[in-house]
Design a protein around this ligand. Structure first.
Ligand SMILES: Nc1ncnc2c1ncn2[C@@H]1O[C@H](COP(=O)(O)OP(=O)(O)OP(=O)(O)O)[C@@H](O)[C@H]1O
Ligand SMILES: [Mg+2]
Length: 285
């Protein structure tokens, strides 16, 4: 071995010792770029008090009923994702949450599901704000706006790992929407989005990825997104969503998708029991 080769080998072994293994198993060498990247990996602090006040499932032992209901929905989704049914589904761990029309509770369901799955011992969940025209996950979670899907799809950010943020809830990761762009929805239907979905499905096969999506009626790109997923959860606002709307929202969904319906705000009148809204779930499959 020449002196130069020896010196290089020594340098490489030092670098390997200092390098840090990331959660995804990749080895980062301790370059300047890496340090910047690690800086960005500082966990986002969620506004847990605000979340709790607005009916979200923060684990403090309260709101038992809502917790139980999400637990049941979660079980079905986890079964589809990792159980025997998973073999019949393409990207079984990718789940879209959508609805026929706006304002039916998609974000509420997506966040609560993610929080519920994060309580599992051995599951990590990645929550993706794919409602890029009207992003609201960042606001609901009470965290600052940061680059997300839009920046990645516009090539402003090159690495997927740069838009996956840790949070102060151990098993919950987040991809925010980023700054809305005039082509936001078109970007969702791009090849790059399809490649991103595949990467998330295959790189983290033991992770559930929940996409908070735009509504199905009126946003054609939502159907394109649906083709990238293994499962779809359609939120139906009780006594508001018309059957005809549910039908027209779901009739063009890919028949290979495992589709579940969630009946939201079902028990509004039981204020004492359930807070100012209630929650129920409907049939799945
Ligand atoms: N079951 C529920 N219990 C309590 N609050 C709820 C419930 N469902 C929805 N909400 C509240 O209702 C409002 C609308 O819900 P949300 O934002 O989840 O709907 P959305 O379908 O995501 O709307 P958009 O189409 O604008 O994205 C929010 O303030 C949310 O916190
Ligand atoms: Mg929403």
């Amino acid at each position: 071995m020449s002196i130069i080769e020896k010196a290089l080998a020594k340098q490489q072994s030092k670098a390997a010792q200092k390098s840090e293994k990331t959660e995804s198993g990749e080895l980062y060498s301790p370059s300047k770029a890496t340090i910047n990247e690690l800086d960005k990996k500082v966990a986002l602090n969620l506004d847990k008090k605000g979340l709790q006040e607005r009916g979200y499932l923060i684990d403090n032992g309260t709101r038992k009923s809502i917790k139980d209901e999400f637990r049941q929905i979660k079980r079905k989704l986890l079964n589809n994702a990792f159980g025997s049914a998973s073999k019949m589904l393409h990207h079984s761990n990718l789940i879209m949450v959508s609805s026929a029309k706006p304002n039916e509770g998609k974000t509420f369901v997506a966040i609560n599901l993610a929080l519920s799955i994060a309580l599992e011992q051995d599951k990590t969940v990645l929550l993706v704000d794919a409602d890029v025209l009207r992003p609201s996950i960042i606001r609901e979670l009470g965290v600052e706006e940061t680059p997300g899907i839009i920046e990645y799809l516009l090539n402003d950010v090159t690495q997927v790992s740069e838009i996956i943020y840790n949070t102060d809830i151990d098993k919950l990761k987040l991809i925010p929407a980023g700054v809305p762009h005039h082509l936001s929805n078109e970007l969702l239907a791009s090849e790059k989005m399809a490649a991103l979905a595949s990467e998330l499905a295959n790189r983290y096969p033991d992770r559930i990825v929940i996409f908070d999506c735009p509504p199905l009626i009126g946003v054609t790109e939502t159907l394109v997104l649906a083709n990238l997923m293994g499962q779809a959860l359609i939120v139906v606002e009780e006594s508001k969503t018309a059957i005809a709307d549910i039908k027209s929202a779901t009739e063009h969904l890919n028949e290979n998708l495992a589709i579940g319906l969630v009946l939201n705000k079902a028990i509004r009148s039981h204020k004492d029991l359930y807070g100012y809204y209630g929650y129920g779930y409907g049939a799945t499959e």
